[in-house]
Ligand binder design. Structure first.
Ligand code: ADP
Ligand code: MG
Length: 585
């Protein structure tokens, strides 16, 4: 496993480079006045914009309240130092913790609300803060704002001078950017991106979708407040209008302009939006119009922002990872069909209004067997799988898995227990590479490798090797054919070493050659003793691999038994085999 790395930057002395840039910029900046202010503004804003990269870029949650968190940080420092005589950093810490808690609370809203509604809540939060800052005059000084905010000393070093304080802002900015950049390649960062790209697939891959969103909101709020606290120290004067709704939009624009998927994008976007208007001032009256047009043009032609454009080119140069990896653990097992019933479903029901999509269906999957669930289109197969994996709440009945009642568990808890699935309509994480998609599977809490990043990587490569896709590890998943995306989805499930694998119509959408290859893959999995519940209406595929077949029609179980028994059952022939056998095509 030595030498496996997905970080193309490994070995580059990032910290040293960053330090040189920081010190250089701070020393070259004039000690007073205009340019110092611009740099101070850009660096403190950039910290808040990196927060948006985390919540919006990574996790896909729109927050239009970043200026509010920025304001909490700024007012915390201002009121703490001026009115209460606190140390600068103590005041900042209090503000940052308070903002973090507010961020978590805002994130809690994502439990019941998504998308636009969540954005509305963040706008309301933003407006409430503006009202409080403006009207609670005894505490906040009201519209007049707070003056004479002091700059701190740090272990005897004075940060009171302009250049010294700018250096502090730049150092924090660089640290925050590095943090966010590293975060992206961690388990948590990948979980955020999975939630952004496909929350159902994330949940059934063991990710706590809600918890992940809440954490993203919390981190974003903390970064917003850190930026705001430094802003207050940098300018020495703040007032409520600096933290208004309009400023939240400015911060959002900076993130989108530079590239919301990357902290580098955030830095570029922020610098550009702070400096661009200043450089255009010579245009006098029309400068705002030119500025607006420039922003619109960049966004129209570079949808992923400026850094997104660069990033895509860098990624195309990435090389597949060489080196041998330990094989999937399932390769060490032998096929053993036993009497041990690992998944027992009893009288399961799911009703949609008056429609009984699943009507008191019972079945038992034996460990080591391939169990097929077949039935005509609309007979309730996908609904059954969705209830078993927790995406739908059962109307009635129970599901027991490895001796435990899982009927009430959430999808990620069921996956963590060892239940993995694929989807009839492929669900992959489109913003991630093939390898990252599969790593998310390997990171399933409870998997043997989950706690070691190196072993997660090796396991993901092994899973890709198993489905013969290792050569595509570094490609974006959207570049692959439908058939290959299906393999990646199966590899993602396999990487989590599931006890039972549920496959919902794995042959759907594949051409004949791909179907044959899929059949071979299923036979190999069966040969290794993996327990599989496969849903399909391609009879050829099912006949080849199934040890046991359950047949559904109109949500009801009409037959259950060995393939020989079931396929000659008169009801089955009438309901199902009477139809053309190639209907899947
Ligand atoms: P299959 O996978 O066997 O083709 P499905 O489970 O997708 O069948 O659908 C079974 C029935 O349940 C169909 O009549 C379908 O219209 C209905 N159904 C499935 N999902 C939903 C849903 N989310 N809301 C309402 N009806 C649904
Ligand atoms: Mg279906």
């Amino acid at each position: 496993m030595q030498g496996l790395s997905i970080n193309p930057w490994r070995g580059v002395p990032q910290t040293a480079i960053a330090a040189i840039i920081v010190v250089g910029v701070a020393m070259l900046a004039p000690a007073q006045g205009y340019y110092l202010n611009i740099l101070m503004q850009a660096s403190t804003y950039a910290i808040a914009v990196v927060g948006l990269v985390v919540v919006l870029g990574y996790c896909g949650q729109i927050s239009i309240a970043q200026a509010a968190f920025f304001g909490i940080g700024a007012y915390g420092v201002a009121l703490g130092t001026v009115d209460y005589g606190m140390n600068f950093f103590v005041a900042m810490l209090i503000a940052v913790v308070f903002a973090g808690v507010c961020g978590l609370i805002l994130g809690l809203g994502s439990l019941r609300l998504g998308g636009h509604y969540l954005a509305m809540i963040s706008i309301s939060f933003q407006q409430i803060l503006t009202l409080v800052l403006t009207n609670w005059i005894p505490f906040t000084h009201g519209p007049d704002g707070v003056r004479n905010i002091p700059r701190p000393r740090f272990f005897g070093i004075s940060l009171e001078g302009g250049n010294a304080f700018l250096a502090l802002c730049l150092v924090v900015m660089v640290l925050v950017a590095l943090f966010a950049w590293r975060l992206k390649a961690t388990k948590l960062g990948r979980a955020m991106q999975a939630v952004r790209d496909n929350d159902l697939a994330a949940a059934t891959s063991g990710i706590d979708v809600f918890g992940t969103k809440v954490i993203a909101f919390g981190i974003s709020a903390v970064l917003g407040a850190i930026g705001g606290g430094l802003f207050a120290g940098g300018f020495g004067y703040i007032s409520p209008d600096q933290f208004s709704f309009a400023e939240s939009i400015v911060l959002l624009t900076m993130a989108l302009l530079g590239g919301v998927q990357s902290p580098f994008g955030a830095l570029i976007g922020t610098m550009l939006l702070v400096i661009l208007p200043e450089t255009l001032r010579f245009l006098k009256q029309v400068y705002l119009a030119v500025y607006g047009a420039a922003v619109i043009l960049i966004m129209v032609f570079l949808a992923d922002g400026l850094w997104g454009f660069v990033d895509e080119r860098l990624r195309k140069r990435a090389r597949p990872i060489a080196g041998a990896v330990p094989r999937l653990p399932l390769l060490d097992q032998t096929g053993t069909d036993s009497d041990d019933k690992i998944l027992v479903v009893d009288k399961l029901a799911k009703h949609f209004g008056g429609l009984k999509a699943v009507d008191e269906v019972s079945l038992a999957v034996r460990r080591g067997s391939v169990h097929a669930l077949i039935g005509p289109n609309g007979s309730g197969k996908t609904t059954f799988i969705n209830v078993v994996t927790g995406l739908y709440v059962a109307t009635g009945g129970t599901i027991s898995f490895a001796g435990r009642d899982i009927t009430k568990l959430s999808p990620h808890e069921r996956n963590r227990g060892g239940l993995a699935r694929t989807f009839q309509n492929i669900r992959v994480f489109r913003g991630l590479t093939v390898l990252e998609n599969v790593m998310i599977g390997a990171e399933r809490q409870g998997n043997d490798v989950a706690d070691s990043p190196d072993r997660v990587l090796a396991r993901a490569l092994a899973a890709l090797e198993f489905v013969d896709m290792r050569g595509d590890a570094h490609r974006m998943i959207g570049e692959l054919s439908y058939g290959h995306q299906r393999y990646v989805e199966i590899a993602r499930a396999l990487a989590g070493s599931p006890d039972v694998l549920l496959l919902d119509e794995p042959a759907a959408g594949l051409n004949m050659t791909e179907k044959v290859a899929l059949g071979e893959l299923l036979k190999r999995l069966k040969g290794h003793g993996l327990t599989i519940l496969i849903v399909d209406h391609d009879m050829k595929l099912v006949e080849q691999v199934a040890d046991h077949i359950t047949v559904l029609n109109f949500g009801k179980r009409i037959a259950d038994g060995t393939p020989g028994m079931v396929l000659s059952h008169p009801d089955v022939i009438a309901a199902y085999l009477g139809e053309p056998r190639n209907e899947a095509a």
